[in-house]
Design a protein around this ligand. Structure first.
Ligand code: GAR
Length: 210
């Protein structure tokens, strides 16, 4: 099974979805380390409950992004990590880090990229009057929230939606999408060469509209 490290900063509900998927021995990836940059992040307890090793590397203990990122890579590699999933990891990473994990690192973003990179995605989708919104799993490139798209799940924006009701609907889609995308990659059904990501001829439905 592909050895995966998950980077988090907070709640860890996407981490939970990955842990749940990987608890099935037939899933082609196993989570060997959960690393948080925030001490006491709720997601760390989720990992502990699943019997997965955790680490905390507080970015505030470092002078700059480069030394922090190098410490993260060292911890991941010491744990045997081959592939990285960012799951609510709220730090910008350095070019060096992105290059080190080139095509070996994916992220989940709560919008249908390339719409709404950055923060406040749900409010921005509401403000624009979007009728569809959703989430994206993508390989990480240096430019924030960019990179080859692995999968997307779309949800409707309903009349009367608030930021939190929309966020909740998207989050449920995230929890379906992220494990499925990791499964596709780890199983070898999908592959990336350079910037070209290739899905199986008949992609699973979770990659389209939920
Ligand atoms: C998720 O909605 C994820 O898509 C988003 O943060 C949330 C983390 O929730 N990520 C980003 O905004 C990345 N820029 P979680 O900790 O419960 O998985």
């Amino acid at each position: 099974r592909l050895k995966v490290g998950v980077l988090i900063s907070g709640r860890g509900s996407n981490l939970q979805a990955l842990l749940d998927a990987a608890s099935d021995s037939a899933f082609p990836a196993e989570i060997v380390l959960v690393l948080s940059n925030v001490p006491g992040a709720a997601g760390l307890e989720r990992a502990e409950n699943a019997g997965v090793p955790t680490a905390t590397i507080n970015h505030r203990d470092f002078q700059g992004r480069q030394s922090f990122d190098r410490a993260v890579t060292s911890a991941l590699e010491a744990a045997g990590v081959e592939f990285v999933c960012l799951a609510g990891f709220m730090r910008l990473v350095t070019q060096e880090f992105v290059e080190h994990w080139h095509n070996r690192m994916i992220n989940i973003h709560p919008a249908l990229l390339p719409l709404f990179p950055g923060l406040d995605t749900h409010q921005r989708a509401l403000d624009e009057g979007c009728k569809l919104h959703g989430c994206t799993v993508h390989f990480v490139r240096h430019e924030m929230d960019s990179g080859p798209i692995v999968g997307q799940a779309a949800v409707p924006v309903l009349p009367g939606d608030t930021e939190s009701s929309l966020a909740q609907r998207v989050l449920l889609a995230e929890h379906r999408l992220y494990p499925e995308c990791l499964r596709l990659i780890a199983s070898g059904e999908a592959s990336i060469k350079g910037d070209v990501f290739t899905l199986p001829a008949t992609p699973p439905e979770t990659l389209l509209i939920s």
